[in-house]
Design a protein around this ligand. Structure first.
Ligand code: UGA
Length: 431
C-alpha cells in the first residue's frame, strides 16, 4: 500500500517508520526543509527508543522517503495527517490551523480513491471540517475523511506501534473500513480494530487521555493523604490495583503529570465541554490540582533547605518522563522555574534532555554532565524524572560529594535503606 504521512513529529515519524518496516511504501511530508534534509541525510530528528535502527534500515531499502513536496500524496492510497495541534495560549483550545492547512493543500493532488485519516488529537467535529475543506477545494475528489487517533506513548512509541491495545477508527464508509483493514493486515499479530463513528473516535482519544490524567491525579491526592495519616501509597495502590475493575497501571504517584498530551488534551476537552455547556468538573479539578502540585513540590524542596544560608539544589531529571528528551510541560522544568522564581540556586542533570531544557530555562540554572556532578556541594537532591540510572545510584559516593544529605524523591526511586545507611534524610511521595 502507498502511504503518505503529513508531519514528522513524535507521532508521524514512528508511525511512518513502523508502517515502512511492515512493508508499506511510505512517504513522509513536512513543511520544515531542515527536518527533511536531516531525515534524507540519515539524521534522525527526535529520540525514540529503537526508532533509529528501523529508520536507517527502511530509509536505505527505500521503503520510506522524505519530502517537503505535498504533491507526493498523489500516489497515496492512504494519507495520515499527523501535524501538531498546539494549545491556544489563553483559551487552551486546540489550534487547528495546521490540520486545516494540510487538508487544504493536499486536496488538489488527490487522484483515485484515497482515505484521509486524521491521527493528530483533534476536537470533535474536525473530521467534518477536513471533509468540507477537501470537498470545497477539489469537488470531484473521491475520498473518505476518517478519524484514526493515536495512542503511542513517547519513549515507547516503537513498542506501542507494533503492539497496540486497540486501533480506533471513526468512519461509517465500508470502503474506508476495508482500506483500514488492508493497512493493518501487515501486522504479524492482527490488532483489535474498533470501528465507530467519526465523532466517537475523536472523543475516544480525549476521553482516554483525560481518564488517565484523572487516575494519576487521584493517586497523587491519595499519596498526600497517605503522608498525612502514615499509610503507604504503594500498598494502597497495589491493593486497589488487584481489583481488575480498577487495574494496577497508572497508579504511580509523582510530581504531577506532564508532557505534550495530558495537559493539552485535558485543557482542550474542558474547553470543548464548557463551550457546549457540559459539566466536566472532574476534569477541571484534575487540571487545577495538577497545576498546583508543581508549586507544592517546589515548596517541599525549599522547606528542607530553608535554614541553610545560600542553599544549593541539585535536580536529577528534566524530561517529563524517562525515555525521552521531551520537556514540554515537564513537571521538572515547571518545578525548577518555580524554584528559580524563589531565587534558588539550581544545578540540574538529565541523561537526554539537557539541551531541550536549556532552550526553555537558559542560564537561569546550571547544567551538570552527570548526576554526581550535579550533587557536588548541594544541600538537597530533588529527583524529578524517573530515569532508571537514578535507582542504581551509589549513595555512599553521592553523600561524600554533598554539603548536606537531603533527598526529595518525587519519583520514589531512591532505595530508602541505602539512603538511611548513608545518613540521608530522604522524603518520597506518599510514604
Ligand atoms: C500519553 C498516553 O499515555 C498515550 O496513550 C497517548 O497516545 C499520548 O499521551 C498522546 O496523547 O499522544 P505520553 O504523554 O507519552 O502518552 O506519556 P505517559 O507515559 O502517558 O505519561 C504522561 C505523564 O503522566 C508523565 O508526566 C508521567 O510521568 C505521568 N505519569 C504516568 C504519572 O505521574 N503516573 C503514572 O502512573 C503514569
Amino acid at each position: 500500500m502507498n502511504l503518505a504521512i503529513i508531519g514528522t513529529g513524535y507521532v508521524g515519524l514512528p508511525t511512518g517508520v513502523g508502517f515502512a518496516e511492515l512493508g508499506h511504501r511510505v512517504v513522509c511530508i513536512d513543511k520544515i526543509p531542515q527536518k527533511i534534509d536531516d531525515l534524507n541525510n540519515g539524521k534522525i530528528t527526535l529520540f525514540e527508543d529503537g526508532l533509529e535502527e528501523l529508520f536507517d534500515k527502511n530509509r536505505k531499502n527505500g521503503n520510506i522517503r522524505f519530502t517537503t513536496d505535498m504533491s507526493a500524496v498523489r500516489d497515496a492510497d492512504f494519507v495520515i495527517i499527523a501535524v501538531g495541534t498546539p494549545p491556544h495560549p489563553v483559551t487552551k483550545e486546540a489550534d487547528m490551523k495546521y490540520i486545516h492547512a494540510a487538508a487544504d493543500e493536499l486536496a488538489q493532488y488527490l487522484s483515485g480513491y484515497t482515505v484521509i485519516a486524521t491521527k493528530s488529537t483533534v476536537p470533535v467535529g474536525t473530521g467534518d471540517d477536513v471533509e468540507r475543506i477537501i470537498r470545497e477545494k477539489n469537488p470531484t475528489a473521491r475520498f473518505d475523511a476518517i478519524s484514526m487517533p493515536e495512542f503511542l506513548r513517547e519513549g515507547f512509541a516503537v513498542h506501542d506501534f507494533f503492539h497496540p491495545d486497540r486501533i480506533v477508527v471513526g468512519t461509517e464508509s465500508e470502503q474506508a473500513r476495508a482500506k483500514v483493514r488492508e493497512l493493518y493486515d501487515v501486522f504479524p499479530d492482527k490488532p483489535n480494530i474498533l470501528f465507530v463513528t467519526r465523532k466517537s473516535a475523536e472523543l475516544i482519544k480525549y476521553a482516554s487521555n483525560a481518564f488517565l490524567a484523572v487516575k494519576i491525579h487521584y493517586i497523587n491526592e491519595i499519596a498526600d493523604f497517605c503522608e498525612r495519616v502514615g499509610a503507604n501509597v504503594y500498598d494502597v495502590a497495589r491493593g486497589m490495583g488487584l481489583d481488575s475493575r480498577i487495574g494496577n497501571r497508572f497508579l504511580n504517584p509523582g510530581p504531577g503529570y506532564g508532557g505534550s498530551c495530558f495537559p493539552k488534551d485535558t485543557n482542550a476537552l474542558a474547553y470543548m465541554a464548557r463551550k457546549e455547556g457540559v459539566d466536566l468538573s472532574l476534569v477541571e479539578a484534575t487540571i487545577a490540582g495538577n497545576d498546583a502540585r508543581k508549586s507544592k513540590m517546589a515548596t517541599r524542596i525549599l522547606d528542607v533547605v530553608k535554614d541553610i544560608p545560600n542553599p544549593k539544589i541539585a535536580v536529577w531529571g528534566l524530561a517529563f518522563k524517562d525515555g525521552t528528551d521531551d520537556v514540554r510541560e515537564s513537571p521538572a522544568v515547571q518545578i525548577i522555574s518555580e524554584l528559580v522564581s524563589r531565587n534558588a540556586d539550581v544545578t540540574a542533570y538529565d541523561p537526554k534532555a539537557t539541551e531541550t531544557a536549556r532552550a526553555i530555562l537558559g542560564d537561569a540554572i546550571k547544567y551538570a554532565s552527570s548526576a554526581a556532578a550535579a550533587a557536588e556541594s548541594a544541600d538537597v537532591v530533588a529527583v524529578l524524572t524517573e530515569w532508571p540510572e537514578f535507582k542504581d545510584m551509589d549513595l555512599g559516593k553521592i553523600a561524600k560529594l554533598m554539603r548536606n544529605r537531603n533527598i526529595i524523591d518525587c519519583r520514589n526511586m531512591i532505595d530508602s535503606r541505602q539512603a538511611a545507611e548513608n545518613n540521608f534524610v530522604c522524603k518520597g511521595i506518599g510514604k
